[in-house]
Design a protein. Structure first.
Length: 355
């Protein structure tokens, strides 16, 4: 939090010295997908609310609401549109694949990694595409607010070593990856809230399940009930959340408040990635000391999965474009071009990971 506190103090000082004055107090209710003890709450939602308060000298109060406070976590965009809450901090994947844009924009399987993802968001046009899409198709304003590293591929009762091993397996996943493993590899995806995964794995209602990063999965105890831990999490190489409001409510905010929120969103996005990685390193120490058998996905699996993922993206993009929706193609081409450029030219970078 020291980085955020310093940034907050600096921004407030700048605002005061330039004569910027916030108006009357503003109170906003923000829906979230997480419990108060969870990773997403403590690294994204709560820090964002706190930082906005600091940047506005306490004039703006954002109240994060834990999962379940406003109904189904997969319906939080509707809750914002319907006025049940003022804003929501949520991953676009929760909108499903009806508009493939949402299944690609902030978490594409076999896509951008921890090193290249944030540069794409802010330098490669990723956030701009998201903002334009929300404005033109959903009547919403959005900011990327929070990011995180690779997830674990799965906690599993069965070994998964090739894409063929996924065929017929009951696999808890969601969004684009659910569509890809069903259409390209014959898996049987099952989308359920995180709160139901443990029980379904325990009763073997699932063969395998992906949920989140090592720290979050450890906290939920999946390693206790499934023999295998499969990695790396190519289905979610890196990811981000967004914070959405209706355009009408965003326009009502004073310009100073809008600037403060944008600053807070970007700082939390940078900070959350690093904080979650740090927590994951501690979690990995505990997980690797356990009795689970670890399975590493080999390069062939990764290549097969990437080929299938990109094929899926272009197929659904072509269908969407024919129906008058150009956004999936725009997003897919942006991600693939950035990834190819990064992989072709980043060999000079030193990475501390050693296999």
């Amino acid at each position: 939090m020291k980085v955020l506190q310093f940034a907050a103090a600096t921004a407030v000082a700048l605002a005061l010295t330039t004569g910027s004055v916030f108006g009357q107090e503003i109170k906003l209710r923000m829906a979230t997908i997480d419990r108060e003890t969870g990773t997403y709450w403590n690294n994204i939602a709560a820090p964002f609310a706190e930082l906005v308060g600091q940047l506005t000298n306490g004039r703006v109060e954002i109240e994060p609401l834990p999962a379940g406070s406003v109904g189904n976590i997969f319906k939080l965009y509707d809750a914002v549109s319907d006025g049940l809450v003022d804003m929501a901090n949520v991953p676009p994947a929760f909108l499903g694949t009806k508009d493939p844009t949402n299944a690609m924009i902030l978490a594409f399987p076999t896509g951008l990694g921890v090193d290249s993802f944030i540069p794409w968001l802010y330098l490669g046009g990723g956030e701009n595409l998201l903002v334009q899409h929300r404005r033109e198709t959903m009547n919403m304003f959005t900011m990327v607010t929070g990011s995180g590293p690779s997830e674990l591929f799965a906690h599993s009762h069965v070994p998964i070593r090739t894409v063929a091993d996924l065929k017929g397996k009951k696999y808890r996943t969601l969004g684009n990856w659910a569509a890809i493993v069903r259409e390209k590899f014959g898996a049987v995806p099952t989308t359920v809230p995180g709160s139901e995964i443990y029980g379904m794995l325990e009763k073997k209602g699932l063969d395998l399940a992906e949920y989140s990063m090592p720290s979050e999965n450890l906290a939920r105890g999946y390693n206790e009930i499934a023999k295998y831990i499969i990695y790396p999490g190519i289905h979610a190489s890196a990811w981000a959340f967004e914070t959405v409001m209706t355009l009408e409510n965003w326009a009502k905010l004073p310009p100073e408040v809008q600037r403060a929120m944008k600053i807070a969103a970007r700082l939390v996005t940078y900070e959350s990635m690093n904080k979650i990685v740090n927590a994951d390193l501690d979690a990995m120490v505990k997980l690797q000391a356990g009795k689970n058998e670890w399975i590493k996905l080999d390069e062939k699996f990764k290549k097969d999965a990437q080929k299938g993922a990109r094929e899926w993206a272009m197929e659904v993009s072509a269908k969407a474009k024919a129906e008058g929706n150009p956004w999936p193609e725009k997003v897919a081409k942006s991600i693939f071009a950035w990834q190819d450029r990064w992989q072709a030219n980043s060999r000079y970078l030193v990475m501390d990971f050693r296999d």
